[in-house]
Design a protein around this ligand. Structure first.
Ligand SMILES: [Zn+2]
Ligand SMILES: [Zn+2]
Length: 342
């Protein structure tokens, strides 16, 4: 089969490898649609020890949906011919964090890669805890956005946002837009701040009420204060993943409000916080990482219910053998999502 293999930063190659055989508890899925993801682009640029490990070459891509081709021994939940989506990780269910009901912090979270290929073998842990049959009324293309969407759904539900709240989304990229879709659905007042005109337009199409192009607003903190009678926002979602944005997000949160650090920065990054704001002003700080099986299922349900229109974000479709070129051409811009059809 054809498969994209990652040999190191900026070195992705399309090669022909053996179709894997599913072992006990595993399934082999014939991929119908895969999607490019911002994380893939980040990994392409600089590697990604958490997602890809450090033993190259390694299979690449992590958002895909397809049809079960073969099942390993002991698999009863899935049969050949079923339309399925597998998440890119699954919690073990038995470690300290899983028992504390913090499955996204699982000590044995193993990541699945290999979406940019004709087939993918899903490991037993993911087959068992985080693989789902796709409802008939969801296309492969729409189902494959469940992974990044589940991260946004997770972040949204970790906070108690009320309809009267003002929610600032700082960073209107794909993740910011996915978050917007859920937030709009629940009816808060959303302020999306970003610098990509096209993506800001999508936010508007989704129903975001206030759009701020940060190119026009030299001081986003002041902009938010102006929009909130000088108080700051009830909730601020940092969806950039850079220290400067973390700093701004914290500063534009009102007293007693919550800042959600949703965008991961480079390992070892630090920034300073004004302790006065945390103690005397009770600003809440919330980190949110990844997804869990519960939110993955919720994301699929939201896609089915039309909470998100994936076609607003998936703007391009290519064949598998064009994947390497897409990464070469788009890795240093801020692209929308591309559907890869083998
Ligand atoms: Zn992703
Ligand atoms: Zn665990």
């Amino acid at each position: 089969m054809k498969a994209a293999l990652f040999y190191g930063p900026e070195d992705l190659r399309m090669e022909t490898i053996d179709v894997p055989m599913p072992g006990p508890g595993e399934i082999l899925v014939k991929i119908k649609t895969a999607l490019t993801c911002g994380t893939d682009f980040k990994a392409y640029r600089q590697g990604h020890p958490v997602l890809l490990g450090e033993n190259y070459p390694v299979a690449f891509g992590h958002e895909c949906a397809g049809i079960v081709e073969q099942v390993g021994s002991g698999v009863t939940k899935f049969k050949p011919g079923m339309r399925v989506i597998a998440a890119n990780s699954a919690p073990c269910g038995s470690c300290f964090y899983c028992k504390k009901n913090r499955p996204n912090l699982c000590e044995k979270l193993e990541f699945l890669n290999g979406a940019f290929a004709e087939y993918i073998k899903v490991p037993a842990s993911i087959v068992k805890a985080n693989t789902y049959e796709i409802p008939e009324d969801i296309s492969f293309r729409h189902a494959s956005i469940a992974e990044p969407f589940s991260c946004a759904v997770h972040a949204y539900h970790r906070m108690e946002i009320k309809p009267e709240d003002t929610v600032v989304i700082l960073g209107c990229g794909i993740m910011g837009l996915l978050f917007s879709a859920v937030a709009v659905h629940y009816g808060a007042h959303i302020v999306a701040i970003g610098r990509n005109e096209e993506k800001l337009n999508i936010a508007k199409k989704m129903g975001v009420q206030t759009i701020v192009n940060s190119k026009d607003s030299t001081d986003p903190i002041q902009t938010v204060l102006d929009l909130t009678q000088g108080r700051g926002a009830d909730f601020v979602i940092e969806a950039v993943g850079q220290i400067q944005a973390w700093d701004q997000a914290f500063k534009m949160t009102r007293k007693g409000g919550t800042v959600c650090f949703f965008g991961g920065c480079k390992k070892g990054s630090t920034f300073s916080l004004d302790t006065h704001r945390i103690h005397y002003e009770e600003v809440n700080i919330q980190g949110v990482f990844h997804h869990t099986p519960v939110y993955f299922q919720k994301a699929l349900q939201y896609i089915r219910d039309g909470v998100l229109n994936p076609d607003l974000l998936i703007t391009n479709e290519i064949r598998l053998d064009q994947v390497v070129d897409v990464f070469k051409n788009e890795a240093f811009s801020s692209p929308f999502k591309t559907a890869v059809v083998p």
